[in-house]
Write a protein that binds this ligand. Sequence first.
Ligand code: ZN
Ligand code: ZN
Length: 438
Amino acid sequence: MSVSREELKKRACEAIEKNRDKIIEIGDSVFGEPELGYKEFKTAAKVKKVFDELNLQYEDEVAITGIIAPLKGKESKVKVAVMGELDAVVAPGHRCADKATGAAHSCGHNAMVASLMGVTYAFAGTGIMEELSGDIVLMAVPAEEFVELEYRNQLKQEGKIHFFGGKQEFVRLGKMDDIDMMIMQHASSKDARGILGCCGTGSNGFLGKLVRYVGKEAHSGGAPHLGINALNAATLGLTAIHMQRETFQDKDHIRVHPIITKGGDLVNVVPADVRIETYVRGSNMDAIMDANAKVSRALKAGGDAVGAETVITDIPGYLPLVVNNDLFDVMYENMKEVFGEDKVLYEGPAMAGSTDAGDISSIMPAMHSNFFGSEGIAHSSNYEIVDKQTGYIDAAKCMAMTLIDLLYDGAEKAVKVKENFKPLMTKEEYLKDWGKVE
Ligand SMILES: [Zn+2]
Ligand SMILES: [Zn+2]
């Protein structure tokens, strides 16, 4: 006799509760040892330790540090991936910042690792998979934060990656080929209304840009007239970008936020090598491409004005995140059960930030849900998960319950999600048109 859906959910939540100390320990341990994208070796080792403990088969070193562990159902009608991100950002003033790199978990990805481990405990060895008509694929994914563009460009030139985002690499490497849909969670800061969960939001997409101004060195005191000042070129280029802002329309949510990563070599030498990294963000691709043309034109104007060479490299960033109402419907019911109806939002306001979950959502149904367990400003030194019940434990329960709903009863709900989905592009179009993969 088959076990009821409610019984399976209860069993999953009990397994998560039984392992709550271990889940909290791994979440806190990852928080204490933050690593930047494509360098998450210690974090990956922590995930593998849990998989080893549970005797799970897995593939590691996917896109350098990624790990994939498939869990088989009684039949394999549908395959659902659950993703957790391994990487941190840079916030050197953070209490747990890495002394050498300045890396800190100021985006709360440690909560993703914790809740992914919670989902693992829910399904590994609990007999639940034997009642489901689809497979679950646990994915620990590197490099969500699109940072250190020069370093990643180097990895690209060495042939170690092509895309700068880990989920994008999973697509390129064929790891998403047999996956039908993806679910995940991201931490959000506590909300004055007491909201604890949200099925997701739409988000901006963006294009990345690496800019290099090539000038000419000379003695900055003795003979600056013999040099070409690349820092002056950059200053003008950045100012020229600001002159474009009145043409950006509110509806498109354009954001351009450059940083200078190299401003010169030595104070008494005319700067001849100045470098900038920037994103050009927007809510839709047409607006991003339009703003990008203006930004490139502005940057080049700076170089032209002083006679420096302007070298611009455009890099595929992330696509806008697509909301999937069919997946939201399933998650929403479970969030209401865990938190109570008044503490849950169906869809939050669109994010001006971006995620490579947007790329996944363009080619298959995907859900980037939010759990409000953190405090402080994201990407700053005061951010951390303060409510671990919500951020680690309940997030895992909601995802586990959603997976059971999707794959129970002949995977009826997952099949419906799959059938209703219209991709924005195929994998081949994605790689060729967006990724410029030859
Ligand atoms: Zn972030
Ligand atoms: Zn994040």
